[in-house]
Ligand binder design. Structure first.
Ligand code: GDP
Ligand code: MN
Length: 377
């Protein structure tokens, strides 16, 4: 996923005529202070951490300053901060506008209806996940005519706008639509969109470019995203690997089984950590590679849930046993396996011979994994 930082999203917005506060990027408190001293950013100003996680306002990663000294102090406080697991290395300094209401506007994709979706809410400035469903107005958009006058007027009404700001909203929605289409975005979100006098200004920008369209946008090739270091390695090896907060590693095959396995562990009081989807592979080399990557995430225990359809249980088992041998002794962890299907008996025998707890029943084996992880805490 190509997630643009706020300042990058705003650079895109600027190209399409979305109204923005005047702003500059800084990488040090010296640079931040100089920007206001030289008048490149006017006072009072806003200092914003450029991290991909939301909730910066509440989390102390958005600050206000009235003097160059305050700018320096705020920049010093934010730079280097660990914000939801991401270190702050960049700041965006912007003029502080006298804002009226804060609105929410976004264009995304309704995947079940296979249509672009315009979402607006008069409850901007808070995370959209916490806004009640009835307070969000949703309209699917036919991609061929694009946004129509009717849709724009309905959005204005839902936002409680009347008079001159309606015209501003219509222009802004046209720009938003063009960003969404021409940049192949899967999400373009402005939260808050602030009412400033008769106009509207995008105070924040969240832009996510659709992965499958990346080949059309070489300009985004260098954009950092929120993959962890291990996820990045996995991506290069084409292994489906995701790091969560828990301590139980999960290896399964197929997205559905992988998700169900996470659910079962959670239900039994476990905390899934890394999960790894072997997909259709039973290539022992690939299994070994995936397993070694899992070991690097240092799980307290690993739960293996394999259904042998295309994949053969015995070849997966062989790959795993081989991989386990390669994990340094200090990094070893208990492994619990539930392995069913094609060549199941052979698979179980191979695993048991290698000292792996292999139980065919899902709940029983998941419970064993949860307990194994708990014992290691
Ligand atoms: P987020 O919390 O990570 O989404 O960060 P935002 O960019 O949305 O900023 C959080 C909040 O800071 C906004 O909801 C505004 O209330 C406030 N804020 C940001 N820029 C300005 C500004 O120029 N003027 C004023 N008055 N408030 C601002
Ligand atoms: Mn925001």
């Amino acid at each position: 996923m190509v997630k643009l930082a706020e300042w990058q999203g705003k650079a895109v917005f600027r190209k399409y005529g979305v109204p923005l506060p005047q702003g500059e990027v800084a990488h040090s408190s010296d640079e931040a202070e100089a920007l206001v001293r030289e008048g490149k950013v006017s006072l009072p100003c806003v200092i914003k951490a450029q991290v991909l996680a939301g909730g910066r306002g509440k989390g102390g990663a958005v600050r206000f300053a009235n003097s160059p000294e305050e700018v320096r102090a705020a920049a010093t406080a934010i730079l280097g901060l660990d914000f939801k697991g991401e270190t702050v290395r960049e700041l965006l300094l912007e003029e502080k506008l006298p804002i009226g209401r804060e609105l929410y506007v976004a264009m995304t994709l309704d995947r079940s209806r296979r249509l672009p979706l315009l979402m607006v809410s008069a409850r901007g400035g808070v995370e959209i996940e916490s806004v009640a469903d009835e307070e969000i107005d949703r309209q699917t958009v036919d991609p061929f005519p694009g946004l129509t006058g009717y849709e724009k007027r309905r959005a204005a009404k839902a936002l409680g706008l009347a008079g001159p700001p309606v015209r501003s909203l219509e222009e802004l929605l046209d720009s938003l639509w063009r960003v969404f289409q021409q940049e192949d975005a899967e999400l373009v979100e402005i939260n808050p969109l602030a009412v400033v006098g008769d106009g509207l200004v995008a105070l924040d920008a969240k832009v996510i470019i659709e992965d499958d369209a990346a080949f059309r946008h070489p300009e985004y090739a260098e954009v950092r995203d929120d993959r962890t270091e291990l996820e990045e390695i996995a991506r290069e090896k084409e292994i489906a690997f995701v790091q969560l907060d828990g301590n139980i590693g999960v290896i399964a095959n197929g997205a559905g089984l992988t998700m169900a396995t996470l659910d079962v562990l959670k239900e039994l009081g476990g905390a899934p950590g890394v999960f790894l989807d072997l997909g259709g592979t039973d290539d022992p080399k690939k299994v070994t590679e995936a397993f070694l990557l899992m070991a690097r995430a240092k799980p307290a225990a690993v739960f293996l849930n394999i259904f042998g359809g295309i994949t053969r249980c015995d070849t997966v088992a062989k790959g795993l046993v081989e991989a386990m041998r390669q994990v340094p002794a200090a990094d070893r962890f208990p492994l619990v396996a539930r392995i069913r299907g094609n060549n199941e008996a052979e698979g179980i025998a191979i695993l048991r011979a290698a000292g792996v707890t292999a139980v065919p029943d899902l709940r029983e084996s998941a419970k064993a994994a949860v307990e194994a992880a708990r014992r290691r805490l």
